[in-house]
Design a protein around this ligand. Structure first.
Ligand code: ADP
Ligand code: MG
Length: 262
């Protein structure tokens, strides 16, 4: 187990966003987190990454207790994420968006940066090489000088993932990476996620509404509803789980089970 969360509870005023959530990740797996809108999926990510401190519960990553640590410390321990709504520096180049993600952990101070010492120049060179590797991997190298805002939606989503990987994480949390993508972009993204897991030795947890994506690439699914985990299993098991079908039906127009069946 690389990550284990137990009993996570988080209230916002009167809303129980999380109500005793247990969740684990096996090292190297690609798991999916699904559930109707408002069921608490993004809040799980926000608690794991330190944006929110849980009211109750623990999160362990390897031997470290991480619940309540500041986001930058959790990031340094090896957890990175993308956001449901794309967060890029719109007016920076593709290359600089990824480059900016390196600097917090660069091992030299502002003085050597100003004086352009060898250490600084070596560091910059290494970063440049890593940025090139990431951009090439995500097929964004040709667009490296373009402003992020000029990329297609699918390219922006991939750029966000490239940037998340700049910190060299062990665990990658993807919050609806296929939102707004068309069919062929989703296909392409599935390939990238699978390849990235191998190439960068990642454990991945994916929140996604597009059932084609989660059912297609996830080995295990965790289903939430009203702040609780209501089911867990392989995609085949989840597809037939009556509680899951009920959860989706309960939030949807009668007869529409497309998100479960698809
Ligand atoms: P999901 O990602 O599954 O759609 P969220 O985790 O975003 O769900 O939200 C779960 C519930 O918690 C929702 O009712 C949402 O409105 C509420 N919530 C999430 N974040 C906040 C916040 N910062 N302040 C108030 N309510 C929040
Ligand atoms: Mg969400």
């Amino acid at each position: 187990m690389i990550l284990e969360a137990r009993g996570l509870t988080k209230n916002f005023g009167g809303i129980k966003a999380l109500n005793g959530v247990d969740l684990y990740l096996r090292r190297g797996e690609l798991a999916g987190l699904i559930g109707p809108n408002g069921s608490g999926k993004t809040t799980v990510f926000n608690v794991i990454t330190g944006i929110y401190r849980p009211d109750r519960g623990t999160v362990n990553m390897d031997a470290n207790r991480i619940a309540g640590l500041a986001p930058h410390r959790i990031s340094r321990l090896g957890i990175a994420r993308t956001f449901q709504n794309i967060r890029l520096f719109r007016n920076l180049s593709v290359m600089d968006n990824v480059r900016a993600a390196y600097h917090p952990s660069v091992p030299y101070g502002p003085v050597s940066a100003v004086c352009r010492t060898n250490r600084y120049l070596d560091g910059e060179k290494a970063i440049g090489e890593n940025v090139t590797e990431l951009l090439s991997f995500f097929s964004l190298q040709d667009r490296r000088l373009e402003h992020a805002k000029n990329l297609s939606y699918g390219d922006q989503r991939r750029l966000e993932i490239a940037r998340a990987l700049a910190s060299g994480p062990k665990i990658l949390l993807l919050d609806e990476p296929a939102a707004g993508m068309n069919h062929s972009e989703v296909e392409k993204l599935m390939g990238f996620i699978l390849e990235a897991r191998k190439r960068f030795s990642l454990t991945i947890l994916l929140i996604e509404h597009q059932m084609r994506l989660v059912m297609g690439i996830c080995e295990r699914l965790v289903v939430m509803d009203f702040g609780e985990v209501i089911a867990e299993g392989t995609p085949a098991e989840i597809r037939k789980d009556p509680r899951v079908i009920e959860a989706y039906l309960g939030h949807r127009p009668a007869g529409d089970t497309s998100e479960v069946r698809d």
